[in-house]
Design a protein around this ligand. Structure first.
Ligand code: LMR
Length: 401
């Protein structure tokens, strides 16, 4: 029965973690998958999460099914975190939220919804983008095309090329934007550039789909939402997939939110009913635990303050490692772009697009047991004071620096 089945290729990100697990060299370093590590190389359970979980365990009364859209209290909390509690779209009741199994689950629901309700439209993704975007939307049957994003010479945003491509989008097409901490490049538009992107989406009549997986990892919770809010200021309709894997450290609990922002309440309800049907056919209703943790923390002043401090500490640690990585490479005479290594501290969030070539990435793995993604993406959130010199030496060796 299975003879005709051929093996699938390993996942370009999680497949590397599997290969890492099989690697027996004690010096191995995993900088592939986007997971935060503390200075000791551990991915901790946040203290605010632990306290919330203790309370939930004591207070939980049932394991019965969740509503298809998840807990309404979670939806409210997630919307307010996204837009700010006083955003007019919330008062107008034109945002509908679905609690989803991670950001990935939300993206797949978005894909199913788009395939079934926006037939014939193209979804545009940045080149490069998170590798799984391609897989998710292909699996949903949505046509995907790339738009330029990165200027490889300087490792910065090529806004002219991006806006030029937007001109070629057809009305009703979908424009996938990374809300902050672009994955894999770490390169985000400036406030002024967001205004231009928002205006282009409005002018060409495209539907923004914002992937928002790193709120709080760039400059802060409010600062990181500024681009998304600028898009919504001039585009009354958009889709947003948020993840709480990174900012709450809830990776394995699978918690995210899919928001439909519509021009009015009635439209939001109609679109929401279609999304609900997609969820029911996909995973029926979401897992409860991670969402309950998020709702508990966001709804309690002391826990929220504690969480925000823990989030700030994670962000500060990553930024400290960015500075140290840049300095370590400079000291060894490595220049990852013709303009040097300054891009490392200009990029945001967990990742840096190093500019390392595929053979160099391969040599890092083969000769130095250092795993980074094939595109050259390094998870800076996995760099620690201990592994930093090893990483810098290895990059110097593979680049001949
Ligand atoms: C990543 O990009 O490494 C993370 O978002 C984890 C994943 O699921 O790929």
């Amino acid at each position: 029965m299975f003879e005709h089945v051929t093996a699938a290729s390993p996942d370009p990100i999680l497949g590397l973690s599997e290969a890492f697990g099989r690697d027996e060299r004690p010096s191995k370093i995993n900088l592939a998958v986007g997971v935060f590590k503390d200075a000791a190389g551990q991915t901790p359970v946040l203290d605010a999460v632990r306290t919330a979980e203790t309370r939930l365990l004591a207070e939980e009364t049932t394991k019965s099914y969740m509503p298809i859209g998840g807990d309404p209290a979670f939806g409210r909390a997630a919307r307010e975190l996204l837009l700010g509690a006083d955003h007019p779209a919330l008062a107008a009741g034109r945002v509908v939220t679905f609690q989803t199994p991670g950001g990935t689950g939300g993206l797949r629901v978005a894909g199913d919804y788009l395939k079934q309700n926006h037939s014939g439209k193209t979804l545009w993704v940045s080149d490069p983008t998170w590798a799984n975007h391609h897989g998710i939307f292909a699996a949903a049957g949505v046509a995907v095309k790339p738009y330029p994003y990165l200027d490889p010479q300087t490792n910065s945003l090529n806004l002219d090329a991006m806006l030029g491509a937007a001109q070629g989008m057809r009305e009703g097409d979908i424009w996938l934007l990374h809300g902050c901490c672009h994955n894999p490049t770490g390169i985000d538009p400036t406030a002024e550039q967001w205004t231009q992107i928002a205006a282009a989406a409005q002018a060409y009549g495209v539907l923004p789909l914002i992937d928002f997986a790193y709120q709080g990892f760039g400059a802060g919770l409010t600062e990181d939402a500024a681009g998304l809010r600028a898009v919504l200021d001039v585009n009354p309709e958009a889709l947003v997939c948020a993840s709480f894997s990174k900012n709450f450290g809830l990776y394995r609990e699978r918690v995210g939110a899919f928001h439909v922002v519509a021009k009015d309440t009635d439209t939001a309800a109609v679109v929401g009913s279609q999304v609900k049907a997609c969820v029911r056919r996909n995973y029926s209703n979401p897992p409860a635990h991670g969402g309950a943790v998020v709702t508990t923390i966001l709804g309690n002043t002391a826990l929220r303050t504690q969480w925000e401090a823990e989030l700030t500490a994670m962000r500060d640690r990553i930024n400290g490692m960015r500075t140290a990585l840049q300095a370590g490479l400079d000291e060894r005479g490595v220049r990852l772009t013709p303009e040097g290594n300054g891009f490392i501290t200009r990029q945001n969030g967990m990742f840096t697009m190093s500019g390392l070539t595929k053979p160099q990435v391969q040599a890092l793995k083969q000769d130095h047991a250092i795993y980074i993604v094939g595109s050259g993406r390094i998870n800076v959130a996995g760099v620690t004071p201990d592994n930093l010199p090893v990483l810098c030496d290895a990059i110097a060796a593979v680049t001949g620096g």
